[in-house]
Design a protein around this ligand. Structure first.
Ligand SMILES: [Zn+2]
Length: 695
């Protein structure tokens, strides 16, 4: 449909973002794309999509599935293609120019989205179809697409009266700017704190930590000094290794007070306003609280269901953490210390205990985890599970470090193009993620996906193999699990493709895939020493795997407290006059938070909840997905074969290839034959050997 209404002008024809893709695998012509091409391409693509929507909404013919839902599914292709290229670059290979375009374009896209979902004429057609859905002779997938469109429009407020819609639009805009401000305040507090140290203050720090602190000081114009900053990698390393209790306390206090320091960067008033606006938005849409609104369209469905899971874990996590605390306190006593373990001591004594207990040295493990071998390992697991093959191809990409593989099935048919972009660089955002240049669909021909994994592993010196930590290797498998969810997708309608599932279900394919890194058939074959080629000695492997449940009481408490406070705060029907510090204190007291542990993210800097709304009332999602992944892997373990073909086929049919074809609960039940239980998660986190605690 693209370009039907406005024939492109001569300059637009020359814009490589708008040209028909003719190269290998129909990749964007990256070499020809310049930042200056994006704004005109966005303008044209937005206008084209608007025109398409207007035609659909104004169609004089009575609404039909074809002239409304299928037409919407076919619209906006140009916009999607331009946006996909842009956001791949904005994440993985950005620049000042790209960042300026991003600030420029983001509000345009938000407004476009708002106008789409609050379009009453369009909604009237969708609602009419939905009302007569039983008589439309739709197949199961068409019925699901129609239901998803209807739900999305209703949840956005399309069915409300005009004044309520206007209020909703105002709330959305206000929430967006508050969210931006929140994130910038946290960043400002992080930037303004730096602890400058001298050589004599570095007791306990290993060489790599000294080198990083020295570089951080140099960057701040303090050569010869050492700087500890509030970046997680800097502060956590310092807390883990520094034997200077006074300095640990100073740095820790600054870390947990981000967003709570008074003045212009204090986030507490912003939180109070955001929580109130979210509650008002939920009320306008007919829900008792924001948590009720948010979870209604998740797998959990209700805050009570999410809370049941968190409560089940919470008592056990506290009991395990109490045991860990006692062991740390005993270590302090053994060293002649005469003080009670404080939050700023936990990581330091845990590191000591870990060394003593498992005798594990990072330098001993790393040579066994070569990046190229771990990529092969992830591919091998996909071959055994799903019959996929991966062949490297020379394709023109956006950066020389990015590599591509053609993915084919057991019959040699093209499945997807997979792009791996693994090394850190200054033009790349931190973290690791999966994204796509093209999603799978069958509405406009058999369109196969182009999927990316972007990571931030350290790039080795020329000629040296890239080595990963065990955590890095797990990250690689995690992102590859997301990639498979995109690549194996087998649906007709784009709305349902691949990872377009609720956020408490989307981490199942990724977290589940992490399990295959640890199965013997994979580790024995691919964890080989970079220099000698020898497999990892069994004793070392055993020690490595044995650390999996170490300190999990702490990790589970630190996480679960956040998820509980998030749910409580967003369950408030009326948050008038909210005092954020006081609320957090009271709520932690109510759940009996151990005093030696602080929330992983305290409210004044809890960016998942307030810097954008991605995980507001949804921080429980990680654990919800973990219940699923632990239980799903147990399905393989029960057969005695980590690659059991029948289980793998069900997994492919109902999870990896199914996108959002079914309600996630129904999809899981179809795979497993029953709903998940929490047992496997408790075992995975080592929470079964402790009592259920006091609540
Ligand atoms: Zn993930």
């Amino acid at each position: 449909m693209k370009g039907m209404n406005n024939p492109p002008s001569a300059t637009e024809v020359q814009n490589p973002l708008l040209a028909t893709r003719t190269g290998a695998f129909e990749l964007p012509p990256f070499a020809a794309i310049e930042p200056g091409h994006f704004r005109p391409a966005f303008d044209r693509a937005l206008a084209a999509h608007r025109a398409e929507i207007d035609v659909i909404a104004a169609n004089p013919a009575a609404p039909s599935f074809d002239n409304t839902i299928a037409a919407l599914e076919k619209s906006g292709r140009e916009l999607e293609s331009v946006a996909n290229v842009f956001f791949v670059l904005a994440g993985a290979d950005t620049s000042d120019e790209i960042e300026a375009i991003e600030r420029d374009v983001s509000p345009l896209l938000a407004r476009h989205n708002n106008a789409f979902y609050l379009n009453r004429t369009l909604y009237a057609r969708i609602a009419a179809l939905y009302a007569e859905r039983e008589t439309l002779n739709l197949n199961a997938e068409q019925a699901r697409v129609l239901e998803r469109y209807h739900t999305r429009f209703v949840r956005a407020g399309a069915a409300l009266e005009k004044p309520a819609q206007e209020r909703l639009a105002a709330i959305n805009e206000r929430l967006a700017s508050l969210g931006t401000q929140f994130g910038q305040n946290v960043l400002a507090d992080e930037k303004s704190f730096v602890m400058l140290l001298d050589e004599g203050d570095l007791a306990g720090l290993p060489d790599f930590a000294r080198a990083a602190a020295s570089a951080a000081a140099e960057e701040r114009g303090e050569p010869g000094k050492y700087a500890i900053t509030l970046a997680r990698s800097s502060i956590e390393t310092f807390l883990q290794f520094s034997s200077r209790r006074d300095l640990r306390e100073r740095a820790f206090q600054a870390w947990i007070r981000r967003g709570e320091n008074g003045g212009a960067t204090d986030n507490r008033a912003l939180i109070a306003e955001m929580v109130a606006l979210r509650a008002e938005r939920a009320r306008l849409l007919g829900f008792a609280s924001f948590a009720d609104y948010r979870l209604d369209d998740q797998m959990a469905k209700t805050p009570a269901a999410a809370r049941r899971l968190l409560d089940e874990v919470w008592g056990r996590a506290r009991a395990k953490a109490a045991g860990e605390r006692d062991a740390l306190q005993a270590l302090i006593a053994k060293e002649g210390g005469n003080f009670a373990l404080a939050p700023h001591d936990w990581r330091y004594y845990t590191e000591k205990l870990r060394k003593a207990k498992f005798d594990l040295d990072e330098a001993e493990i790393k040579p066994y985890f070569q990046l190229d071998k771990m990529i092969e390992a992830a591919f091998e697991a996909a071959r055994r599970l799903f019959g996929l093959n991966f062949a490297p191809v020379a394709a023109p990409l956006y950066h020389p470090d990015a590599r591509a593989w053609e993915v084919t099935d057991a019959q040699g048919r093209h499945v997807a193009l997979f792009i791996g972009d693994y090394f850190a660089r200054s033009s790349k955002h931190s973290g690791a993620w999966m994204t796509a240049l093209r999603d799978q669909e069958k509405l406009s021909g058999d369109i196969r996906p182009i999927v990316l994994n972007v990571c931030n592993f350290s790039k080795p010196a020329a000629g040296e193999p890239a080595l990963l930590s065990f955590d890095d290797a797990r990250t690689l498998f995690h992102e590859f699990g997301h990639a498979l969810h995109g690549m194996l997708s087998n649906v007709t309608y784009p709305l349902l493709a691949g990872t377009a599932v609720p956020s408490d279900f989307v981490e199942l394919p990724s977290q589940l895939y992490e399990h295959w890194l640890e199965v013997p058939q994979i580790l024995e074959r691919y964890a080989r020493h970079a220099r000698t080629g020898q497999p990892m000695p069994k004793a070392l492997l055993d020690r490595l795997l044995a650390t999996r449940t170490f300190n999990q009481g702490f990790a589970t408490v630190e996480y679960t407290a956040c998820a509980l406070v998030d749910l409580d705060l967003h369950s408030l029907a009326d948050s008038g006059g909210l005092d954020v510090t006081e609320y957090e204190r009271e709520d932690l007291e109510r759940i009996a938070m151990p005093p030696e542990i602080v929330m992983r993210h305290r409210l004044p800097h809890f960016q998942h909840l307030f810097s954008g709304g991605g995980y507001a009332a949804g921080y429980y999602s990680y654990m919800w997905s973990e219940v699923l992944d632990a239980d799903a892997f147990a399905a393989f373990e029960e057969t005695g074969d980590a690659f059991d073909p029948a289980t793998a086929k069900r997994l492919r049919d109902y999870v990896y290839s199914a996108g959002n074809l079914r309600d996630p609960g129904a999809a899981y039940e179809a795979f497993r034959g029953r709903l998940p239980t929490v047992d496997a998660l408790l075992k995975k986190r080592g929470l079964t050997e402790v009592g259920a605690g006091t609540e």
